[in-house]
Design a protein around this ligand. Structure first.
Ligand code: G3H
Ligand code: 13P
Ligand code: ZN
Length: 332
């Protein structure tokens, strides 16, 4: 048993309470490899932003669970060496699918886990989430549950349509499970194709404008559970300049559309205190790598293409922290 406390990590309890109170959101960036982690730590340390490093089950297998644990321990020490005296870094399991996966993460240094029972019948979701909460809380690990289903692919789960969160269920769910935060479905989805062009309108410049998020549902949820930490999955903005670079250098991304940043700024001011971003980082990495491959075809030193990719991700993370989520300076 390895406690997250021994790795220098923190759980989400205090940072969520402050974020809800302060009207900002904590970034939750997905991690699969060293360059992403380096970029996250540099961005968080330079902005003094609390940060959630999250790994899906697949990412954890890809990185290797043992290596990942030591990488996070290293991330805390690295952050300190960058002048961040008290780093506030969470290691979170993204979309935990079973009790066993969550337990394995809790036992090996994660400070927070998500149990995603959103696709289960309501009572089964409650029973599974409660089982994880009862185990996790013994060790001070915080737990995110989910109510409502996002359209698109949720790790190994995929759904054709959104099933929006029903605000009348949230009090019962939060009370009976004891979860520390709740992911809700209000129109976001995973991946780089969140809306079809047909679902969008056009602005005066001919740019596609996606349909707004269901802020009415979010407001209802806030009324039911005042001050309770809410989580937004599928919150990448899919920067069009990254999509353009990818496609310019041989990529084939079609109709890639994300959540406008203005919508995320609005969400961050509400009870939404954790905003999940994975696809944007993948796009930033891929764009930089493709550009090097296309413009310097003789290059074969990985540092020469993964280095620019890391810089591009860091720029993206800092932008999210400073210009969208408002979390800069909240972990001085
Ligand atoms: O919500 C899913 C995350 O983007 C992680 O995706 O399962 O491909 O690692 P993954
Ligand atoms: P995006 O695909 O929009 O980045 O969402 C990531 C996410 O929700 C991870 O859980
Ligand atoms: Zn997600």
């Amino acid at each position: 048993m390895v406690s997250y406390k021994d790795l220098g990590l923190v759980n989400t309890k205090e940072m969520f309470a402050k974020a809800v109170q302060g009207g900002y959101a904590i970034p939750a960036f997905n991690v699969n490899n060293m360059e992403q982690l380096q970029a996250i730590v540099q961005a968080a340390a330079e902005t003094k932003s609390p940060v959630i490093v999250q790994a899906s089950k697949g990412a954890r297998q890809y990185a290797n669970p043992i290596l990942l644990r030591y990488m996070l321990q290293g991330a805390v020490e690295y952050a300190k060496s960058l002048g961040w005296e008290k780093p506030q870094i969470v290691l979170h399991l993204d979309h935990g699918d079973t009790f066993e996966t969550c337990k394995d993460c809790i036992d090996s240094g994660f400070s927070s886990v998500m149990i995603d029972g959103s696709h289960l019948p309501y009572e089964e979701n409650i029973a599974l989430t409660k089982k994880v909460v009862d185990y996790a809380h013994q060790f001070g690990v915080t737990v995110e549950g989910e109510l409502g289903v996002l359209a698109g692919v949720e790790d190994e789960v995929s759904a054709e349509h959104h099933t929006y969160t029903q605000p009348e269920e949230v009090v019962d769910f939060a009370t009976r499970t004891g979860c520390d935060s709740l992911a809700i479905s209000i129109g976001t989805s995973h991946g780089a194709n969140k809306f079809t062009p047909e679902q969008c309108t056009k602005d005066e410049n001919g740019h596609l404008v996606p349909p707004p998020l269901r802020f009415d549902i979010l407001e209802e949820v806030e009324k039911e559970l005042p001050g309770f930490p809410i989580v937004l999955h599928g919150a990448s903005s899919v920067p069009q300049e990254e999509v353009a670079t990818i496609n310019k250098y041989g990529g084939a991304l079609k109709d890639a559309i994300g959540i406008p940043e203005e919508q995320l700024r609005r969400a961050a001011k509400s009870a939404v205190c954790k905003i999940n971003i994975d696809s944007d980082s993948r796009l930033a990495l891929t764009a930089a790598v493709r550009e090097v491959f296309a413009t310097k075809p003789a290059e074969f030193d990985p540092r020469k293409y993964l280095g620019p990719a890391r810089d591009n991700m860091k720029k993206l993370y800092k932008h999210k922290i400073e210009a969208v989520l408002g979390s800069a300076g909240k972990a001085e």
